[in-house]
Design a protein around this ligand. Structure first.
Ligand SMILES: NC(=O)c1ccc[n+]([C@@H]2O[C@H](COP(=O)([O-])OP(=O)(O)OC[C@H]3O[C@@H](n4cnc5c(N)ncnc54)[C@H](O)[C@@H]3O)[C@@H](O)[C@H]2O)c1
Length: 392
């Protein structure tokens, strides 16, 4: 079989992950056919650093004129997925699009329509589909361990320090991130759809920017602020703080002492919502950005029992009915650091789908539905109404 000819659009942090994954693969399965980024300095530095000899291309318009590409990895920022994805589908390339699919429902629909028209594969960068905990939960639910699933309770807890770095980065603006409910939550909403095999139908949400609201008496930047004693986000705390900030937030260079309360933003930081699913299940979901520890916790309640999972612990409790002893399932922790294992599994799955000529229809609705709850929830917050989820 000829190697799959890949192009990368967006040679930033996520693009680096895919280049690292490819470096560790046996030679001959894939070959880099092109590297594309609109920032020439970033592109050159990326290619030089990684010893990449593929042609360097500065625009998607130029990329889609090539006839030596099979598939494209779209790793541009969240709000810039539509233009490259639609152009690449129209050029007849398969696409792995990073999460979230898009930051507006219009963009999400446009990508899905282009994918459907092209007959090429749309694969999303949802790494948690490859997490052993999620796969075990799916196996239990699909195998009928808890009977008919009637409810799901989920808490996306973002650690307070990590959460505050988002409120000093581009993520705090909806026009870039689509809102933190989408940027963070889409992983969780996708795996809930994946585990249950169902899609959300309607949503009612409550919340907003509740914590990081303007604070009277605080200045625009920490260095000019008087209210330092009781502020846990006060940045002028020496080199350790700076290091922690950069380790958590990545290399983005921002005015690091910008006030998390008084800076401009429109993303929510606290949302609780209820969603009703096509299979009758009801989801109760909370996003909080000031939790003591970052955690993703999920409970599925069914007519024959309950399963509870804390994804950080790799431990699932299975409580079957009637009154049988709890079964504690220790899920093997994935190897590697961060989500290295998941990245490899995600990329391999994309390649397998390509090699096996998978049905292109598979994945389109999943991709759209991963963002459907955040989009409907933001509308619900604005209108104070229950919002129905339209089809793509
Ligand atoms: N699946 C995951 O777990 C995961 C993890 C991290 C990031 N992501 C997603 O990956 C995407 C990229 O994130 P990142 O951290 O790599 O961002 P980044 O800012 O590090 O890199 C993005 C790159 O895209 C380039 N770019 C922007 N517009 C372009 C265009 N029109 N054409 C060509 N290049 C363009 C920029 O110059 C930049 O180099 C985001 O959507 C992010 O949410 C997913």
């Amino acid at each position: 079989m000829n190697p799959i000819r890949l192009a990368l659009v967006g040679t930033g942090g996520r693009g680096q992950i895919y280049v690292d994954v490819v470096k560790r693969m046996p030679a001959g399965r894939v070959v880099w056919a092109a590297m594309c980024d609109r920032n020439e300095g970033v592109l050159n530095d990326f290619c030089d650093r990684n010893g990449l000899t593929a042609p360097r291309i500065l625009s998607v318009e130029e990329l889609v004129r090539r006839n030596d590409i099979d598939a494209v990895l779209i790793c541009t920022p969240d709000s810039i997925h539509r233009e490259p994805a639609v152009a690449c589908f129209e050029a007849g390339f398969h696409c792995l699009v990073e999460k979230p699919l898009a930051t507006t429902p219009e963009d999400a629909r446009a990508i899905c329509r282009a994918a459907r028209r092209s007959g090429k594969l749309l694969h999303l960068g949802f790494v948690f589909r490859y997490d052993p905990c999620i796969l075990k939960l799916r196996e239990l639910v699909a195998g009928g361990a808890i009977g008919r699933v009637i409810a799901c309770i989920t808490h996306d807890a973002i650690g307070w320090f990590h959460g505050s770095t988002y409120m000093r980065r581009w993520n705090r603006f909806r026009k870039f991130s689509g809102d933190m409910l989408l940027h963070k939550g889409c992983h969780t909403f996708d795996v809930i759809n994946f585990i249950t095999g169902a899609y959300p139908a309607r949503v009612a949400a409550f919340g907003g920017t509740e914590v990081f609201q303007p604070r009277e008496g605080a200045a625009s930047h920490c260095h000019a602020c008087r209210l330092t004693d009781d502020c846990i986000y006060y940045t002028d705390q020496g080199p350790e703080y700076r290091e922690r900030f950069y380790n958590t937030a990545g290399p983005q260079v921002l005015p690091e002492d910008m006030c998390v309360y008084n800076n401009e933003k429109d993303s929510t930081d606290t949302v609780s919502l209820t969603a009703e699913f096509t299979n009758g299940m009801r989801l109760s979901y909370t996003l909080s950005m000031v939790s003591p520890q970052g955690r993703r916790r999920m409970t599925f309640i069914g007519t024959r029992g309950e399963i509870r999972c804390d994804m950080e612990e790799y431990r699932i409790e299975y409580w079957p009915l009637p009154d049988r002893p709890v079964d504690v399932i220790e899920v093997p922790r994935p190897t590697g650091t961060g989500h290295q294992h998941h990245d490899r599994a995600l990329f391999s799955h994309f390649l397998e789908r390509l090699e096996q000529g998978d049905d292109p229809e598979r994945g389109i609705l999943d991709a759209y539905m991963s963002g459907a709850i955040p989009f409907a929830a933001l509308e619900s917050l604005q209108k104070g109404e229950v919002v129905a989820i339209p089809s793509p």
